[in-house]
Design a protein around this ligand. Structure first.
Ligand SMILES: N[C@@H](CCC(=O)N[C@@H](CS)C(=O)NCC(=O)O)C(=O)O
Length: 359
């Protein structure tokens, strides 16, 4: 198996949320690879090969292609020798997967908001994307820059429920997570102890390539959460062969994870349910109220699949029921019977069907 992995090509961008998450994982697991910075034309090539116009994507030495950081990490974690990032203990595994999913998907909106709603951040990032990824698109730099800025604002700010009425709530998602994570990293190096686990990589996505990099949220992080800032560098430089120590004893979910789990039960899972209901009814957009804040949002098929996966993981881990109940997640997790995303009907992830472009 390692032979079919070593030397894999990883396509992504130095400023991308999910590329950063995946890179941190392969750096930690010390998987030899070649990093390829995407251009507009190589992105089209990736989309044709994986069926998904998204990064990161991987081309294995045997010619197979993979996409989607979560199933790629799952597959590689099992295939590559060494200490896995997915905990062996079923309870720790389930809650790491829940935290990873929450971090991947629920921190996306604030991350994109800070990048594209604040002028200094948007100026910097539109310049970088235009000069780096879009270097092979014809036209002057200022025009490529204006085009990417308009596209990101339309898709990820105005098109993703961010308005004057929701803005403070969106920002509070970042600020509360900073507070919780800072308290955790003040007491131990990684979320579950002395080694990084799946949940660390989930939070790393937004914290490294957006919140820790973009001027506006990075300043907030340096001022309010220096332990999180330090953890970013620790994650980037962590190597499985060098890390000394282990995760907390099997069956232990640290108490300082509870505020995050409670937030998943109060905000994220109700959002996933509303999104899944809208998907079933064939809607393109839907309204949902989260903590008294009313959002108008696009239906997100991938996140119907997220709900489906979380439900399947829970069914396989009934011992998670007590803590899920205590943190208000259980009812929300059971609310939508058969979300039926149809996203990966043949269960091929991370080897998606080429030629069918979803995003
Ligand atoms: N679920 C995917 C999401 C990948 C994703 O959304 N990547 C972003 C960049 S961080 C992307 O490719 N966006 C393409 C776009 O903006 O059109 C994963 O975990 O890899």
């Amino acid at each position: 198996m390692p032979d079919s992995v070593a030397g894999m090509k990883v396509y992504g961008l130095d400023l991308s949320y999910f590329t950063g998450k995946f890179e941190a994982f392969i750096r930690y697991r010390e998987i030899p690879h070649q990093r390829i910075e995407l251009s507009a034309s190589s992105m089209r090539h990736v989309a044709r090969k994986t069926g998904l116009a998204q990064m990161p994507a991987v081309e294995l030495p045997d010619g197979r292609w993979m996409s989607d950081s979560t199933p790629m990490i799952e597959w590689l974690d099992a295939a590559w020798p060494g200490p896995a990032v997915i905990p062996a203990d079923p309870l720790q595994r389930f809650f790491s997967q829940l935290l990873e999913d929450y971090a991947d998907e629920w921190l996306w909106r604030p991350a994109l908001h800070y990048r594209w709603s604040y002028q200094p951040d948007a100026r910097l990032m539109s310049h970088r994307i235009a000069a780096e990824m879009l270097h092979d698109v014809p036209g002057p730099l200022w025009m490529r820059r204006a085009a990417i800025y308009r596209r990101q604002l339309r898709k990820y700010v105005h098109g993703d429920g961010i308005t004057a009425a929701t803005r403070a709530h969106v920002e509070s998602i970042y600020l509360r997570n900073l507070r919780w994570l800072d308290a955790i990293f003040a007491t131990r190096p990684f979320l579950l102890g002395a080694r990084p686990t799946l949940a660390d990589f989930g939070f790393f996505a937004s914290m490294f390539r957006h919140f820790g990099l973009d001027p506006t949220p990075a300043r907030i992080m340096r001022d309010a959460a220096p332990n999180v800032y330090e953890w970013l560098a620790r994650m980037w430089n962590a190597k499985a062969s060098r890390v000394d120590g282990d995760v907390l004893p099997a069956g232990t979910i640290p108490h300082d994870w509870h505020p995050i789990l409670i937030d998943a039960g109060r905000c994220y899972l109700p959002y996933l349910n509303a999104n899944a209901r809208a998907w079933r009814e064939g809607q393109k957009t839907f309204d949902v109220e989260i903590e008294g804040c009313r959002y108008h949002l696009p239906v997100h098929r991938y996140r119907v699949w997220c709900l489906e996966r979380l439900q399947a993981l829970y069914r396989a881990t009934p011992e998670a029921g007590a803590l899920l109940d205590d943190t208000g997640c259980l009812a929300a997790l059971r609310e939508t019977a058969s979300p039926a995303s149809g996203f990966d009907p043949e269960r091929r992830a991370p080897f998606f069907e080429a030629g069918r472009v979803w995003a």
